[in-house]
Design a binder for this molecule. Structure first.
Ligand SMILES: [Ca+2]
Ligand SMILES: [Ca+2]
Length: 237
């Protein structure tokens, strides 16, 4: 009986661990801007986008399908089942994410859908550029996908890729999904950023405890020096 209970607790703990591992929260993205996906089947565009869309269907100032926490989902049910994805055809869309503050990034993960029967492929590569102000971006990092990576499985399989090639500190991240040799559909579900908040290098550093103590010691020393002549004078009397 006791062993059963212990085993039960162990299974419950393991289940919690697996549940935690299936969630990838990351940094809360403030907004992203990009050309909207195809206006087809009530599903291929960015269904959840809550920002503005201009006359060219360029999205800005909001978030949507790419940051809603739905990382992967089956599209076996048909056209409508692609709603959690944004799909572009024959394009290499550029997406600019605003992380809402400066971060030292440790990981950028992209979740794509692969469905060759429907001509939905993995990009040939992704270019990344970083910026602290959203105006000047540094030189691009290229993340190439080799032929093995570009075939993550059969129809309805998920292509999950870590994009960051080195360290990067940024508030704005620009991703360009470079369409592969097929130049057909790309289907993106989510982009997740991981990292720690960072402070700008030109900010004034706060004095730490050691510096404060050192300052206090100097002040005390100066006080003693000032008091010294008084004592000497008293002795003279
Ligand atoms: Ca999503
Ligand atoms: Ca969609």
């Amino acid at each position: 009986m006791k062993l059963d209970k212990t085993l039960g607790q162990l299974f419950a703990a393991t289940a919690t661990l697996f549940l935690a591992a299936s969630v990838h929260a990351g940094i809360i993205v403030s907004s992203y801007s990009m050309p909207d996906g195809a206006d087809l089947y009530g599903a291929y565009f960015d269904n959840l986008y809550n920002g503005a869309s201009d006359s060219n269907r360029y999205l800005s100032g909001g978030t949507g399908d790419l940051t809603d926490g739905v990382l992967t989902s089956s599209v076996a049910a048909g056209y409508g089942a692609w709603a959690p994805y944004v799909l572009w055809i024959g394009q290499s869309p550029k997406i600019i994410f605003d992380l809402g503050g400066l971060y030292a990034l440790t990981d950028v993960t992209a979740y794509f859908k692969y469905y060759p029967q429907a001509a939905v492929y993995i990009p040939g590569s992704v270019s990344l550029r970083f910026s602290s102000d959203g105006v000047s971006f540094g030189s691009a990092q290229q993340r190439l996908f080799d032929n093995t990576e570009r075939v993550p499985g059969g129809n309805d399989s998920n292509g999950i890729y870590h994009l960051l090639g080195g360290s990067a500190t940024a508030q704005f991240v620009e991703l360009t999904l470079n369409n592969g040799p097929e130049n057909y559909w790309l289907a993106l579900s989510e982009v997740v950023f991981d990292g720690a908040t960072a402070t700008a290098v030109n900010s004034v550093p706060e004095p730490d405890t050691g510096e404060l103590l050192f300052g206090a010691a100097i002040a005390l020393g100066l006080l003693r020096i000032r008091q010294e002549p008084k004592r000497s004078a008293r002795r003279m009397w």
